[in-house]
Design a protein around this ligand. Structure first.
Ligand code: SPV
Ligand code: MN
Length: 620
């Protein structure tokens, strides 16, 4: 099919027609024709890999007011509608053929879903430009990567996407039969602040069968930037079918002895320390959110799918997150979203410098004490306010790993939740299956007072993937277990918990994670021993004390160690009973899951009569 076959040729100016001429990929041209016919834009802009196109997208985003400049060079800010500040769970649906139901997942019958969302998309781009971008999920020439095409009418969305991912128009020019994921987005009508207006018609639908995700009447990047959490739902499905792992994980290199670097992935629910772990100053950042892990010759190899960071800005300050702080105060290109802007400067909660009493934020003109329609006081910035930046802005970036075609060997996998009274700060699983089930598959995250009003409500969040899951959880776990069985060198699996408390106070400082990373790195290479407990291996005091000294220059007392690493027997049993109950409700759960959970509960119970309810690590 030649590009002359594309309908609506008149939408393409001569320069854009030239760009489309080079792409005679039937599936691609049909895809573009379908959505130009449906959404009726007044023109089309094709984003190639050129610097000019990049500058054009940036310029247009400012011209239309989707982004506005801050005083610092290269810094802009963007607002989403006050009620469009995060992923919209209610209106996010996985479209399934014949309306098949999946545990935990909001599903809808595929044809009905497509009719619904395409009905809302009819004519939605009238008077606007449709922007079409071509991307690579992962390094351009890596066999682990996938290709994708994004259609949107938001310059902010395309700009964000170009900061967060690698463009790859040239691949589509070179490969007429390129297979690709499809993303279609329209922000719908906007108000005079340029935020999406028709939130009641907000939809985020996933069509796994068609390798396609569609969203409309929203701007928040998690709902709109296709290659981020839209692609993720689709690649989770592909990974399951093809026997690899598509995960909600960071990728980092931990520096070890004699220049050794050990790569680790980490899965944490949102706001549980994921980005701040992979940006620990002493280590090497590769990526902070999404990885593909595939098996080659018995080894698990990972790539970071992304090229930038869309990070939570809330609570970022010089003391706790130095590396991120430096990025935010650099001249690198940054989009600040849903922060407070006052006198051309961005401000956010928890930045540990005084925040002005006036400005503009996600609610419009703001002054301290302002309340929203529900009577709730509006803080300076939204809890989910974000920064968007290219990875190249970070010091200590592992560029080689980021661009590696083969990916890097995964030595360790880290799972973390938000747990006030169960998991110790760090613990190594007994083996792969135990790690997949009792660590990754057992993550819980507690709600905090700030977000829901009710504290301590534990949300089950296996692999921190639950909000993105698009397949049956039982089958997903089965794939994980089978993936491990293929490996000759299995990554060590660890669980961490930064949120242990006693009498309402955290038992650890935020920076302590730097020590746990070093300990895990040593474990991977068998350089430190450990104490075997019913839940796995925990560190010995004599190994941690020198690490605290060397890494953080801190004294680490025996009392701190005891408080942090004591085995909280009945709390752990309660947790595992909760997890067991969840899996018992899923018919496809592999039998191994129940076995591993029961075995651990038994090990814990066996300890109680002789050791009591709180067991000191030194008693084991
Ligand atoms: C997360 O919340 O896990 C994010 C941001 O990475 S979002 O794009 O909303 O998923
Ligand atoms: Mn994420």
């Amino acid at each position: 099919m030649k590009s002359s076959a594309i309908s609506n040729r008149n939408l393409f100016s001569p320069s854009e027609a030239k760009k489309i001429e080079l792409l005679d990929n039937r599936e691609l041209l049909e895809f573009i024709s379908h959505y130009t016919d449906l959404m009726e834009p007044s023109s089309v802009f094709i984003v190639t890999d050129s610097e000019d196109d990049y500058e054009f997208i940036k310029k247009k985003s400012l011209e239309y007011g989707e982004e506005r400049p801050l005083s610092a060079p290269n810094h802009t800010y963007h607002f989403d509608n006050y009620y469009d500040q995060a992923r919209d769970k209610e209106n996010t649906k996985v479209l399934t053929p014949n309306g098949e139901k999946l545990p935990f997942i909001n599903t809808m019958e595929r044809n009905a879903g497509i009719r619904d969302i395409e009905g809302l998309m009819k004519g939605i781009m009238r008077g606007r430009t449709m922007i079409i971008g071509f991307f690579s999920l992962g390094p351009r020439d890596s066999k682990l990567s996938l290709k994708a095409v994004q259609i949107t009418d938001s310059y902010y969305v395309m700009h964000s996407e170009m900061m967060l991912y690698r463009t790859d128009y040239q691949f589509f020019v070179n490969h007429k039969d390129a297979e690709f994921l499809k993303f279609v987005h329209s922000q719908g009508e906007v108000d005079d602040r340029k935020v999406s207006k028709n939130l009641k018609d907000r939809r985020i639908y996933f069509d796994l069968q068609g390798n396609r995700a569609l969203s409309v009447n929203t701007q928040y990047a998690g709902n709109t930037v296709g290659l981020k959490k839209m692609a993720f739902r689709i690649t989770i499905g592909r990974a399951l079918n093809e026997g690899w792992l598509s995960e909600h994980m960071f990728l980092m290199g931990v520096n070890g002895k004699d220049g050794r670097v050990s790569y680790m992935t980490g899965a944490f629910p949102s706001a549980c320390g994921k980005t701040s772990t992979c940006t620990v100053p002493s280590e090497r950042l590769v990526g902070d959110d999404l990885v593909f892990i595939k098996e080659y010759n018995g080894i698990a190899r990972a790539i970071n799918v992304e090229y930038g960071v869309f990070g939570i800005i809330d609570g970022v300050n010089r003391e706790d997150d130095g590396k991120i702080w430096d990025v935010l105060n650099s001249d690198n290109e940054i989009i600040f979203s849903n922060v407070l802007v006052s006198n051309g400067k961005p401000y956010w909660n928890g930045m540990n410098i005084p925040i002005p009493d006036f400005g503009e934020n996600h609610s419009g003109e703001w002054k301290r004490g302002k309340r929203d329609a529900e009577g709730k006081e509006i803080p300076p910035s939204h809890k989910n306010a974000r920064f968007t930046v290219k990875l190249s802005a970070f010091s200590g970036l592992d560029v080689e790993a980021l661009n590696s075609k083969e990916g890097v060997e995964v030595k360790g996998m880290i799972f973390g939740g938000r747990d006030s009274d169960t998991w110790p700060p760090v613990c190594e699983s007994l083996n792969w299956d135990h790690g997949v089930i009792n660590k990754g598959g057992s993550i819980e995250s507690e709600t905090t007072a700030a977000s829901l009003g009710k504290t301590g409500v534990r949300t089950f969040n296996a692999m921190s993937i639950m909000e993105f899951l698009s397949v049956d959880l039982g089958k997903y776990l089965k794939n994980y277990l089978e993936f491990g069985a293929k490996l000759n060198k299995k990554p060590h699996i660890f669980a961490v918990n930064y949120f242990l408390t006693e009498n309402g106070k955290y038992l650890n400082d935020k920076v302590d994670k730097a020590v746990w990373l070093k300990w895990m790195e040593k474990r991977v290479h068998g350089e430190v021993g450990a104490i075997l407990t019913p839940i796995g291996y925990i560190p010995r005091y004599e190994d941690l004390a020198p690490l605290f000294k060397n890494v953080l220059g801190k004294e680490y007392s025996k009392e701190q160690y005891e408080d942090q690493f004591k085995i909280r027997v009945s709390k752990l049993i309660e947790k595992e009973e909760r997890i067991k109950e969840v899996y018992e409700g899923i018919p496809t759960t592999p039998s191994k899951v129940k076995e591993e959970l029961n075995a651990e509960i038994e090990r814990l119970r066996a300890l109680q009569p002789s050791h009591g309810d709180e067991v000191s690590p030194t008693a084991l």
